[in-house]
Design a protein. Structure first.
Lengths: 222, 273
């Protein structure tokens, strides 16, 4: 009896010790693994990214005072690495992309990136008390290509729907389309681009985008 | 709510808006100030692009020379809490239309929520000045007759730009009529109060979208097209309650069918379009 009891208590002690060891070593390991998993789901990535960017904007006095260059720097550092501009431009240009030279492709992507980043920064410069909320998204069957639905919630006014289309790449999840209030940007630009392409081909579109960006840059300086 | 204005007088106001618009259009036709691209009308969604661009130019001119400056002045002079209150009161009055349309869409849950919001905000929210219901987790569900017809399966038809009202479609333009007749502001009496109420609501709305219109100007190569395509996409999305079936092809030109030409090297001339 006593032997049995001592064995049992010994087993119990050993078990507890194992648990403690597990908590001491395995615990953090398990936690980091869980973090890594959380990091790679597109939902948490978007939520984390947008929440952090909003917080940084609110905390930055210069941005609050209207320092646009600083805001653009923040956007370039934080958001740019998560966006696949090549794919965005390809999709928006459509068929004509196939006939574009490598140089034309590079210029198109670059000019489109400048335009989008400027517009996006312009929208972010209006940030006051907004926060981001995830909305449920359902009916997604492609594990490598998903839509993340969010809402911008402010104290005043109706929530603004803001959705992201992401693709899983070797370099993590990348955004390649954005939906504001029910409007997908790639689809909207696709019609606009096709108009320009029909009128004068790829060079015409490049010219239109470059002129637009120059005009915006000049307006920002004045 | 008991109508305080005889329908024929209210109808007279609608006629006056139409007359005013017609006069504006005539002026436009005489001036011909809009630049219309040669491809105008090629887009199947916008067969009346030539006319639409004229109306758009008129609206844009009206907006820049009158509506925007007034809205900017309003945001400068009137403090934020007061503006929030004004916007909330009008939004609360709008629950009447939201309720009617939710009912017509056979969505009793939404209709009940609209009625609930209206009751809570009209009482606890002091005649709608504060959106108390929002704090209770009841989101506003804006609806209109155009959406109701869309949900019953009616396609938008050709895109239209309405004088003063802006982007619309044949369906949504027809929807403006029942929207107008179910709008409680219509019953404001006497006439001077009615015009003031309408004017304040117009300025309040314009003030709320000041940032958005700057954004369109910045983002668009052609603001007319950008606004049109955005409007059509948004309405379609709303008809499907935010989950529309994928519209255009999301075809990546980089993964072409086998017979597609390979991309040309840098410096190479693309074939003629």
């Amino acid at each position: 009896m006593t032997l049995q009891r001592s064995i049992r208590s010994c087993a119990l002690a050993a078990g507890s010790l194992l648990l403690v060891i597990a908590a001491g070593f395995g615990g953090p390991a398990a936690a980091t693994a869980a973090d890594a998993v959380a990091e790679t789901t597109p939902d948490t990535m978007i939520l984390k990214l947008s929440t952090e960017v909003l917080e940084e904007i609110r905390a930055d006095k210069a941005i609050q005072a209207g320092d646009f260059d600083r805001l653009q720097k923040l956007v370039n550092e934080r958001i740019l690495p998560k966006v696949d501009f090549d794919k965005m431009t390809r999709l928006a240009v459509g068929r004509a992309w196939r006939t574009a030279t490598a140089a034309q492709r590079a210029t198109l992507t670059e000019q489109f990136r400048i335009l989008l980043m400027r517009t996006y920064s312009g929208a972010l410069s209006k940030v006051t008390d907004q926060s981001i909320r995830l909305r449920p998204s359902h009916g997604q069957d492609d594990p490598k290509d998903v839509i993340v639905r969010t809402q911008i919630v402010a104290s005043q006014g109706d929530p603004i729907g803001l959705d992201y289309r992401l693709e899983k790449t070797d370099d993590g999840w990348k955004i390649y389309d954005l939906n504001i209030l029910g409007v997908w940007l790639v689809e909207n630009y696709k019609t606009e681009f096709s108009q320009s392409l029909n009128q004068g081909g790829i060079d015409n579109l490049i010219q239109a985008l470059t002129q637009k960006n120059q005009k915006l840059a000049a307006a920002a300086k004045s | 709510m008991k109508p305080l204005v005889a329908p024929d007088i209210a109808g007279g106001r609608l006629r006056r808006w139409m007359l005013g618009s017609a006069a504006g259009l005539l002026l436009l036709a005489a001036g011909g100030c809009a630049t219309v691209p040669p491809t105008a009308g090629n887009n199947p969604a916008d067969p009346y692009e030539r006319l639409n661009r004229q109306v758009y130019a008129f609206n844009d001119h009206f907006d820049r020379s009158l509506a925007q400056p007034v809205a900017r002045g309003y945001t400068k002079v009137v403090p934020r809490p007061v503006r929030d209150c004004v916007g909330n009161v009008f939004a609360n009055v709008g629950e009447v239309g939201n309720f009617i349309n939710a009912a017509l869409q056979l969505r009793p849950g939404d209709a009940a929520a609209d009625a609930g919001r209206f009751l809570v905000n009209t009482t606890a929210g002091l005649l709608g000045c504060f959106d108390v219901a929002k704090g209770m987790g009841m989101e506003r569900n804006r609806q209109d007759f155009g959406l109701t017809m869309g949900k019953w399966g009616l396609p938008p038809g050709p895109y239209l730009v309405l004088p003063f009202l802006g982007p619309s479609s044949l369906r949504d333009a027809v929807g403006e009529i029942p929207d107008y007749y179910t709008d409680p502001v219509r019953f404001v009496n006497p006439a001077t109060d009615y015009y003031i109420t309408y004017g304040v609501r117009f300025v309040d709305r314009r003030a709320q979208y000041l940032d958005a219109s700057n954004l369109v100007d910045d983002a668009a190569l052609d603001p007319y097209e950008f606004l049109r395509d955005g409007y059509l996409q948004r309405r379609r999305s709303r008809v499907y309650n935010g989950n529309p079936p994928p519209a255009a092809d999301y075809e990546d030109p980089d993964s072409p069918p086998a017979d597609a030409p390979a991309p040309l090297p840098a410096g190479g001339k693309p074939p003629a379009q």
